[in-house]
Design a protein around this ligand. Structure first.
Ligand code: FMN
Length: 334
């Protein structure tokens, strides 16, 4: 067991968060995370009908057997007509959810109501300047994501090993770091860099509790750290996904007519990605996958992945302890 400010804040056994996964983070997955001693977040945007979201939260509570879980609210960069962010937060409060992961936009307008309901808010950002802003507006913890991550790494593309340490030096609230984390050695490294825990998305995509088709998971099992690519820079909405036919087409469109949303949309719409999860045809759709796919070696229960991470972290701790004499020698030389 590793005890940090994050495990204390969330009441979890291990300092690991399973971040929101569009279309995939449902009650089965999130409750598996809860039972495994970490925290998962139901992705609200995966349930456009609010009654479905309510039912999913209730199902998750049932399956989580008293262990804590949360809801991810990914917000559009700007308020768009018809968006349901306020209604989603109202529903979260009504349902007595105690943990929220926000991303995509400053959550400040929603914080007073969430705080009044005793909800802990973790805001996820792709850079230190946003993390400092999040701390200033009063979130309970901040997650910072580096360039290696699946999904949206932001525009500056700073790697996780830099983001983590710069953020740890700049912030005082609990810090979660991620982007490329898929082993226990990396978990330990993140703690050494000053983080209170890690966030994982990609590494968990091959767990049994993810409902996506087995052919998709098998592709991830085979993939390595060079099988992802970056797209949508011309929309200023960089995305890292699995290299496939869609990323090739998107690259061509972005070269010929940069920023042409009309041309891009038929390829990048989230609905195309959902079909890939349903059919297993991973050749189409912008399928968020990060470089830590290299560590996804088989399909297995989520709790086995978590246990694997913890035993790797423990072996890495022993290795570091065995080196301590050496480090002390170096200090003497210095
Ligand atoms: C398939 C997939 C879907 C994701 N969907 C969301 C989402 O809807 N909202 C969100 O805040 N983050 C989303 N993320 C980001 C993850 O929550 C997490 O921050 C990220 O995966 C961590 O980096 P890693 O992929 O290197 O582990 C997604 C990531 C993946 C891989």
């Amino acid at each position: 067991m590793i005890k940090t400010r994050l495990t204390d804040l969330l009441g979890i056994d291990y300092p690991i968060i399973a971040g929101g996964l569009q279309w995939l983070a449902n009650a089965d997955y999130v409750s598996a995370a809860a039972r495994a001693g970490i925290m998962g977040f139901i992705t609200a945007a995966s349930f456009p009908d609010l009654d479905d979201l309510r039912a999913e939260i209730r199902k998750c509570r049932e399956l989580s057997k008293g262990k804590p879980f949360g809801v991810n609210v990914s917000m559009f960069p700007k308020l768009v007509e018809g968006e349901k962010t306020q209604q989603i937060f109202d529903l979260i409060v009504e349902e007595g959810v105690k943990f929220v992961e926000t991303s995509g936009r400053n959550p400040e307008p929603y914080l007073p109501a969430l705080k009044a309901a005793g909800i802990k808010v973790i805001h996820k950002v792709p850079g230190v300047k946003f993390a400092k802003k999040a701390e200033a507006i009063g979130v309970d913890a901040v997650t910072i994501i580096g360039a290696e991550c699946g999904g949206h790494p932001g525009l500056d593309m700073v790697g996780t090993i830099i983001q983590a340490n710069v953020a740890a030096r700049a912030l005082t609230i609990p810090l979660i770091v991620g982007g490329g984390i898929g082993t226990g050695e990396q978990l330990l490294a993140a703690l050494a860099l000053g983080a209170d825990g890690v966030i994982i998305g990609t590494r968990f995509l091959v767990c049994e509790e993810i409902w996506a088709h087995d052919l998709y998971k098998q592709r991830l099992v085979q993939a390595n750290e060079t099988d992802t690519t970056l797209s949508l820079q011309s929309l200023r909405n960089t995305a890292r996904s699995l290299r496939n036919e869609t990323t090739a087409v998107v690259e061509k469109i972005e070269k010929e007519t940069p920023g042409d949303l009309g041309k891009l949309m038929p390829h990048i719409s989230g609905k195309v990605g959902k079909v890939a999860y349903e059919t297993g045809d991973w050749s189409k759709g912008l399928l968020a996958v990060g470089q830590s796919v290299a560590f996804a070696e088989k399909v297995e229960p989520l709790s086995d992945i978590v246990q694997g991470l913890m035993s790797e972290a423990s072996a890495a701790t022993a290795r570091l302890n065995s080196l301590t004499g050496g480090l002390a020698d170096m200090k003497d030389v210095g």
